[in-house]
Structure formats: C-alpha cells, structure tokens
Ligand binder design. Sequence first.
Ligand SMILES: NC(=O)c1ccc[n+]([C@@H]2O[C@H](COP(=O)([O-])OP(=O)(O)OC[C@H]3O[C@@H](n4cnc5c(N)ncnc54)[C@H](O)[C@@H]3O)[C@@H](O)[C@H]2O)c1
Length: 298
Amino acid sequence: MTAMSTAQKDAARRALTGLDGKVALITGGGAGIGRGVAEAFALLGASVVVAEIDAGHAAAVRAALADLGGDHLVIEADVTEKADVERVVEGARARFGRLDVLVNNVGHFLAPKTDFADTDEASWDALYRINLHHVFLVTRAAIPLMTASGQGGSIINISTIEALRGIPGMTAYSTFKAALGGFTRSLALELGPKGIRVNAVAPETTESEQVRALAAVPPEHHDQIPLWFPIGRFGQPSDTAGCAVFLATELSAWVTGTTISVDGGALAAGGYYRMAAGNWTHTPVITHPGSMGQKPKG
Ligand SMILES: NC(=O)c1ccc[n+]([C@@H]2O[C@H](COP(=O)([O-])OP(=O)(O)OC[C@H]3O[C@@H](n4cnc5c(N)ncnc54)[C@H](O)[C@@H]3O)[C@@H](O)[C@H]2O)c1
C-alpha cells in the first residue's frame, strides 16, 4: 500500500467522521436533544434544516447555527401536520436540492405518570400523534428527496430507554416509542438496497426543555445521583448527539436496523443501583453479601 500524504489522510478522516456537503433535517431541533444534534452536525460541516414548532426555540437555534457558520435553514412548522411537513421537505429541496440525514426527534410524554386504567382515548391519541404519527409523515415525505441523490443516507429515530424496559404510569408513551423499534428494523430492510440506513437511539433521562432532571432532585439528594447510573450522572443532549453523529457518518457504514442505548449503563444495570455505602443491590433492604446483595464497601 502506498503511503498517504497528509492531505490524503485529512481527506480520509473527513470522509469517515465529517458531514461536509451533507444536508440533515432534524425535527424539533430548537431545544434539548434535537438542538444538541443540530449543533453537532453543523460543527461537522453539514447544512442543517430544523423543523421547529416553537418560535422562540426556532429563533434561538437559528442564531446558534448562524454563529457556527455554514448554510442552514430553520423553519417554523408542526411536524404532526402533513401540510407543514410537505413545506419543510420542499424547503430543504428548494434550498439544498438533497437530503442525506433525517433525525425524527420530536416526542413527548405529555402528562404526569398516570395509571393506564385511569387514562382515556384522547390521551392515547395525543401520545400517538406526538410520538409516532409524525414519524410516518416526515419519513414518508423525506424518502424521495433522500433517494434522489443516489448516494444513500441515514435515518435516525429518537426513541427512549422506556421503549426497552417498562415504565409504570407511562404505558402509552412506552408503547409508541417501542413501535419505533419495529419501524426502524423493517424500514432498514426496505431502504438498505438504496444505501439508506435506519437506526434508533434510546436515551435515558437527559437534561432538556422537557426534562429538567437535576432540578427535579431535591438539593439534599444531589449527592445520591452518582449512585443511580453506572456512569453516575444524568444525560446531556451532547450524549445523544454523539451517537447521532456516529449513525449519520461513515463510521457506522455497516450499522442498520438497530437501536443504540445512550443511557449511562442504566439498561445494563437493570434494576440494580448503588446504595449510599457504594454496594450494588436490586433489593435495597437486603444488606448481607450473597446473590441478592453485595457487602457494603469500606
Ligand atoms: N429528555 C429526556 O430525558 C429523554 C429521554 C429519552 C428520550 N427522549 C426523547 O428525545 C426526544 C427529544 O426530547 P427532549 O427532551 O430533547 O425534548 P424537548 O421538549 O426539550 O425538545 C423538543 C423540541 O421539539 C419541539 N417540538 C415539539 N413538538 C413539535 C412539533 N409538533 N413539531 C416541531 N417541533 C416540535 C419543541 O418545541 C422543542 O424545541 C423526544 O423524542 C423524547 O421522547 C428524551
């Protein structure tokens, strides 16, 4: 093999890890995880299209993207509305003429935890609409533009750890997020021959507009947070953004149809967490060593 020049190595590195010349559409990219993804993609050279319902969030991400440089487009739109979705995809086509990456990020649990038996049809429908229906609308509208370049692409669906484990009081949210896994797997098979990969990311509790994780913990319990996750902290939008970068770039060229957990190890821990003494348990009142408890450390 001939030795590579520095310029060739730089080009190879950029081809693997960069998004130069690519166009990425992110739904709900004005805050939280979506904004983290938008900024990461822009930093790596992509032109970013954000579809955002909230005017304030749209203005904020527009300013942030302008500051990062490059050509970006932020469109105020409700992605649960078909006409808005068509306007967004047409906006991307008119401005950039191509679409390489789609991040279906919009989603919400909508209401405090409620037993399923106490929920009604209207809440089921609303949760379906904000977590799954728009995934149909946006993906269906985006595929023709994604296939037009003939260069393949990547679809990334933002799921949740609650799609992979149960969550009492949020059965409908968990149901529609879990459905994203089936959508991801089946669509990956359909689009593989066109070079479009389809994957999902499943975050654990992540600081965002929707989830004020740290603020929800009384200050006197902040010292316990490191005990709750193997990697002892809540997630940040940059954690999911890092995984989205992997899925959007050539780093993941042979990865499709899968869901990646971004959860600080929570799913691996299952019901296990650490007690104040540092010992792991899933049965907190049992403190003796053995299969059901670990001897307190120290
Ligand atoms: N934050 C978490 O702890 C967490 C954990 C697991 C999964 N998730 C998932 O990650 C995704 C993002 O969550 P987040 O916490 O960053 O949310 P967020 O509410 O902080 O941000 C979502 C953004 O989407 C926008 N938006 C909402 N509805 C929209 C619509 N109909 N059309 C266009 N834009 C819309 C909002 O205005 C906001 O800017 C969701 O799918 C959520 O289910 C979040």
